[in-house]
Design a protein around this ligand. Structure first.
Ligand code: TIU
Length: 223
């Protein structure tokens, strides 16, 4: 089937159909992005993630204006932590970790202020929010069902962090037959080297996991 639109991206242009394309915004949560949150408490420089906010707002607006399906995800757990693997709870031997009282409420617990999406990218009423217990957005969620019901085959991917939840999600999507375009300026890492290599890994070997583009080319593609 011929597709009506072209996404300029690496390693080569990707034809796509807006009606079969979703914007997927991964884990743009206060605890990862805001000063005084869990991410900063772990010693990370959140300014490295905050550069993604402005380009994400631009692509979010363009996606809404074009009538694209928009889906947001959040990493977090039930207040009783029954959906958190013991390995995840103990990993790192942190003094203050998942479920503990943090600077913005209980860390990575659903319903707590730090778990929420930053106000700049607040989900619209008609935009599904996927609460995920793992790094990948397809693991133990209804994301795949929602995408199939909408007839979605292409994902424009934004969010944090590039090498953790974005990469895991893109790999899961790729194995399920989705075509992913990751927007380089809309994904962020606390580690500049991981950001660079994470993006290289997606588009290497002829697009082994998908495509890499940026917000300017995404806005143009949707235009
Ligand atoms: N959303 C996401 O990437 N969760 C993480 O824990 N990321 C880290 O880089 N730690």
């Amino acid at each position: 089937m011929t597709k009506s639109h072209i996404f300029e991206a690496e390693p080569y242009p990707l034809p796509f159909e807006p009606a079969a394309t979703a914007l997927l915004i991964i884990d743009m949560q206060r605890d990862f992005l805001e000063p005084g949150g869990f991410g900063e408490m772990l010693g990370n420089d959140v300014s490295l993630l905050r550069t993604t906010i402005e380009p994400c707002t631009r692509i979010l607006k363009a996606a809404r204006d074009s009538g694209l399906t928009v889906i947001h995800t959040r990493e977090g757990h039930r207040p009783d932590l029954t959906d958190a693997p013991p390995s995840k709870l103990s990993r790192g031997g942190l003094e203050v970790g998942i479920g503990d009282a943090g600077p913005m409420g209980r860390i990575l617990v659903r319903g707590e202020p730090g778990h929420d999406i930053i106000p700049e990218l607040a989900p619209g009423d008609d935009e599904p929010v996927i609460d995920k217990p793992g790094k990948g957005a397809f693991y133990e969620t209804d994301l795949d069902l929602i995408l199939k019901n909408r007839g979605i085959s292409t994902l424009i991917v934004c969010g944090v962090t590039t090498e953790v939840c974005v990469h895991t999600t893109v790999r899961q999507a790729n194995d399920r037959g989705y075509e992913c375009v990751v927007l380089a300026d809309c994904v962020g890492s606390y580690f500049p080297e991981f950001q660079r290599v994470g993006l290289e890994m997606i588009k290497a070997q002829g697009g082994i996991f998908g495509w890499v583009s940026d917000s300017a080319r995404a806005v143009q593609a949707l235009g």
